[in-house]
Write a protein that binds this ligand. Structure first.
Ligand SMILES: Cc1cc2nc3c(=O)[nH]c(=O)nc-3n(C[C@H](O)[C@H](O)[C@H](O)COP(=O)(O)OP(=O)(O)OC[C@H]3O[C@@H](n4cnc5c(N)ncnc54)[C@H](O)[C@@H]3O)c2cc1C
Length: 474
């Protein structure tokens, strides 16, 4: 069988092209002149849009504007894998960083977010391809087997055994057959969506809820005065409260910078091939990952395509969100294609319609944080760490409560209150991150081939654990 070539990665994502075509004309109105509102939200991805909706619902008297530099959904919200789940699969890691009570509180917030997403997605007139069949984490090499026991044990210890189920290799094959699949874990809480459609439908819901949405309107300056002033090329917005929902762009802000590092994630979308899905016996609507540190994530679409992604894209220096390697790295797109051929070999010859990449802001403990900047009425979200579809709903509720000065179930979550661990400063962060990424990738590529990785790669790959970092550890 000939293997399909991967188109060089580039914007827009396959998802955004599909969503905009389905939506039809939706005039993008840039801001012109001066506007005064109670709250202005900068960034029209999920975080900004959920915040806007929460504010209008909880404080209907409050005027809200939202600006986006490009289009709502042009950022990560319109290009992700569309795998939707909360934090049950992260319990083991969270217990170590925020303790058992904190871990349970965050996982329960994720369950609430999943309910809210389902209700939003299933509302009449919305078609965001919501499919809810759980998610599965599959060991795809002997080295990945070791991580299968921990999540089941932790869930049992915390009294939430029903949130995860161990799968034998035979049970994994019932879901999807592959020559490299071994045992796995099934998480009943898990869905897939068309991510860009979700972003665009959220935009429409925000407009219908009375939010003034301005697209093609970048913030070029923020005066943290009282009230605040957000400057744009065509005008300015005066507002008591500002919400910064600009995702990776925040990684250079002094408030967030010590706590996040910007890596990248890449995905490809195949052409439809329902017969090849049949070859793998893949009929259930599950989202899937393998057990790598730099995971492969994959899911199918209703018309029989497969999206394959890899969280292994390059890092940028000093959190630069515009660095070309975050969106144009051919090697990362090829790694995604190699993942497709290895994990789902029946797809090896299926043409690839598109590939793309984007920044992910990885926090030191791999959890997001929602905060107010000291001495200013400026609130922000950062650190989703490549897992933000469900958590950005939590982010929206937390940010709305911060704007409304509320102490409630959201603002008391560890996502708003924990002491944030710091990462090493630049240039150590960049050069250290590059070295560790190389070490881990070399080890994982060798493990896939059943070989031992070079000693130097193994030594470097263990550094994050030695220094007690959560970045770079499974
Ligand atoms: C390739 C990829 C795959 C992923 N897969 C998954 C997945 O399967 N499941 C999952 O849970 N998570 C996944 N994620 C992560 C998830 O997509 C993000 O965490 C989430 O979308 C973040 O939403 P957001 O609204 O905070 O950011 P964004 O969607 O990035 O929105 C930020 C917005 O801010 C705007 N902006 C930036 N600067 C300015 C400015 N100066 N002025 C005005 N506007 C500005 C941008 O145009 C953008 O629209 C993935 C991410 C990537 C990149």
């Amino acid at each position: 069988m000939t293997t399909a070539t991967v188109p060089a990665p580039g914007d827009p994502s396959w998802w955004l092209t599909e969503a905009l075509a389905a939506e039809g004309p939706a005039p993008a109105r840039p801001l012109s002149g001066r506007v005064t509102v109670d709250t202005v939200i900068v960034g029209g991805g999920y975080t900004g849009l959920w915040t806007a909706l929460a504010l209008r619902r909880q404080a209907p008297q409050m005027s809200v504007a939202l600006i986006d530099a490009a289009l709502c959904g042009a950022g990560a919200s319109g290009k992700n894998g569309g795998k939707v789940s909360g934090y049950w699969s992260s319990l083991a890691g969270m217990v170590k960083t925020i303790g058992p009570d904190g871990a349970l509180a965050v996982a329960r917030a994720g369950a609430k977010a999943q309910d809210a997403l389902r209700a939003f997605a299933m509302a009449q007139g919305r078609d965001v391809w919501w499919r809810e069949g759980g998610s599965v984490s599959i060991s795809a090499s002997p080295a990945q087997d070791a991580d299968l026991a921990g999540p089941v044990e932790i869930a049992r210890e915390l009294g939430v055994a029903d949130t995860v189920e161990a799968l034998t290799p035979e049970a994994v094959a019932q879901i999807c057959k592959s020559p490299v699949f071994r045992g796995g874990l099934f998480f009943p809480e898990g869905a897939t969506i068309q991510p860009a459609r979700l972003a665009r439908v959220l935009r429409l819901a925000a407009i219908e809820a009375g939010v003034a949405v301005y697209e093609q309107t970048p913030m070029i300056g923020l005066d943290k005065t009282s009230p605040n002033r957000v400057r744009t090329p065509g005008g300015e917005i005066i507002a008591r409260d500002v919400v910064l929902a600009t995702n990776a762009a925040l990684a250079r802000d002094p408030a967030a910078a010590p706590h996040v590092s910007v890596f990248s994630s890449y995905a490809l979308m195949t052409e439809p091939a329902p017969d090849r899905l049949e070859d793998h016996g893949w009929r259930q609507d599950v989202g899937a990952t393998d057990g790598r540190m730099f995971i492969h994530y994959f899911r199918k679409t209703p018309d029989g395509r497969v999206l394959m992604g890899t969280g292994s894209g390059p890092i940028s220096f000093n959190g630069d969100p515009g660095a070309p390697q975050l969106r144009r790295d051919v090697a990362s797109a090829e790694r995604a294609a190699r993942g497709l051929r290895r994990l789902l070999p029946a797809f090896a010859g299926v043409p690839i319609a598109k590939s793309w990449g984007g920044p992910i802001e990885v926090s030191a403990d791999r959890l997001p944080f929602f905060r107010t900047m000291p001495g200013a009425r400026v609130h922000y979200a950062c650190g989703y760490s490549g897992h933000g579809v469900n958590p950005s709903y939590i982010g929206g509720q937390c940010l709305a409560s911060l704007v409304l000065d509320r102490t409630d179930e959201w603002t008391t979550l560890p996502l708003c209150t924990r002491e944030l661990p710091r990462l090493p400063p630049e240039p150590f962060r960049y050069y250290g991150g590059r070295a560790v990424r190389w070490g881990i990738l070399s080890c994982e590529e060798a493990q896939d081939k059943g070989r031992a990785a070079p000693l130097v790669a193994r030594a470097i790959a263990t550094l994050p654990r030695l220094f007690g970092l959560k970045i770079g550890t499974r």
